[in-house]
Design a protein around this ligand. Structure first.
Ligand SMILES: Nc1ncnc2c1ncn2[C@@H]1O[C@H](COP(=O)(O)OP(=O)(O)OP(=O)(O)O)[C@@H](O)[C@H]1O
Ligand SMILES: [Mg+2]
Length: 420
């Protein structure tokens, strides 16, 4: 096993576009690291650079205590499981798992021992003589993992290994991968754009956007203390609500009324003009159901639609957003690939709530949980930096601006090249 240290990694493909842009991620020995972000943000590229399938343009890739930039994939001793885990259809499950060992010229006895050990872990014992074509998706997935396990690799690298499976199987496999990784204690880097996988599997999660690392933190830190609008909108479902807000003293003016926020948050947002407030759906409640509304604030609003799910209910409350924030939210929506930022508030209420469509309801909001974002930079002004992991933009805003500029330039060049 080994730690993987990515230092200021840059990848430019032939067209000059920085697909990965000055990314530094330290994966500790035995850690489960997730790379997450929208399509095209550079997750697979980064993973392929770790394995050695892609050249590194700039920066240093360190595995264990070795710089591996110039090492061939076979000399890096890593096991990769791809999205399309290619199994050999004419070989049995046993031989599929044994494949890398046969290549390495391992003795028959040893092959037998290692394959059976892996198949026991993966609960594939009764399938060893079958062919992959007769297996379910999840079983095939496990065979692909078996092949990775027997190699005694220093680290596992997964590129969206579950994306071809149906929802139920995906859930099962997720638990299985998690259990297996903990049991084997093997350093793992796992690419996904599924935020449930990111939140449930990762010790830490690296959120990428257009090749730039946005935040590197534990799932809880990302959820509670997103460093910017992008991370805030990306993590959480239904997503965080974004509303225009102005702060005066401790008072925040929101489309549905005024609320008081904690002094220290208010201070950080003072004199910044029009801001974007971020409030998660679960930080609202039907005031008539809430036992104690002494903390936080309440407001009255007309509920447009209610979705009652038994244990909870989602209520939708439309509001007006001015043009200044609308532009910023439209851009965010593009970055998040159409996660809807419509100007409506989504609130999650207790299942006991009797609020119905068309009602004017009294809604309580936990004002200590309100984030305030700078609409120009997207920065979360109220973030608790001690519990937010690493936010590269805060370490070095100039480097980030430079990285963003390079991404814009690259995109322009690419558009030009495509036009030519
Ligand atoms: N061989 C290549 N040549 C040129 N550009 C490439 C190449 N491979 C990827 N890219 C570009 O690099 C960027 C990152 O691609 P990458 O495949 O790493 O994204 P990803 O985050 O894995 O996306 P997805 O979730 O869709 O798999 C994209 O803009 C992509 O178009
Ligand atoms: Mg990919």
């Amino acid at each position: 096993m080994a730690a993987i240290d990515m230092k200021n990694i840059v990848k430019k493909y032939g067209d000059g576009f920085p697909a990965v842009n000055d990314v530094s991620i330290d994966v500790a020995d035995g850690e489960f690291m997730i790379l997450v972000g929208p399509s095209g943000c550079g997750k697979s590229t980064l993973l392929r650079m770790i394995v050695g399938l892609e050249d590194i343009t700039e920066g240093e890739m360190v595995i264990g205590d070795k710089v591996v930039n110039d090492l061939a994939p076979r000399d890096r001793n890593l096991a990769m499981v791809f999205q399309n885990y290619a199994l050999y259809p004419h070989l049995t499950v046993f031989e599929n798992i044994a494949f890398p060992l046969r290549l390495a010229g391992v003795s028959d006895d040893e092959v037998d021992r290692l394959v059976r050990e892996a198949s026991k872990t993966l609960e594939l014992d009764e399938h060893l003589d079958r062919k992959p074509g007769n297996l379910s998706g999840g079983q095939r997935q496990r065979v692909a993992m078996g092949r990775a396990i027997v190699r005694d690799a220093d680290a596992f690298l997964f590129d969206e290994p579950l994306s071809n499976l149906d929802a139920k199987l995906r859930g099962q496999m997720r638990t299985e991968i998690s259990r297996l990784q903990k049991r084997l204690g093997i350093t793992t880097v796992y690419v996904t754009h599924d935020q449930t996988e990111a939140m449930t599997l990762g010790d830490r999660v690296a959120v990428l956007k257009r090749g730039v690392l946005q935040q590197l933190a534990t799932p809880r830190e990302l959820y509670v203390n997103p460093g910017n609008l992008f991370v805030a909108g990306f993590i959480g479902s239904p997503p965080m609500n974004f509303l225009p807000a102005t702060v005066e003293g401790r008072t925040v003016k929101l489309p549905f009324g005024e609320v008081q926020i904690p002094e220290e948050h208010a201070r950080k947002a003072e004199g910044k003009g029009l801001l974007i407030a971020g409030i998660r759906p679960e930080h609202f409640e039907d005031a008539s159901v809430k036992q104690d509304t002494s903390e936080g604030s309440t407001f009255r609003a007309t509920v447009d639609v209610v979705e009652w799910l038994g244990n909870e209910a989602y209520a939708y409350i439309p509001f007006e957003a001015g043009s200044e924030v609308r532009d910023q939210l439209a851009e965010l929506e593009r970055d998040l690939e159409g996660e809807s930022m419509r100007s409506q508030l989504v609130v999650s209420l207790d299942g006991a709530s009797r609020v119905a469509e068309g009602d004017e309801a009294e809604i309580w909001v936990d004002t200590s949980k309100i984030h305030l974002f700078d609409p120009a930079t997207g920065e979360n002004l109220t973030v608790d930096l001690e519990h937010a992991g690493r936010i590269p933009a805060n370490d070095d805003p100039e480097a980030l601006a430079e990285a963003e500029r390079r991404a814009d330039e690259g995109e322009a060049e690419r558009a030009q090249a495509q036009g030519a």
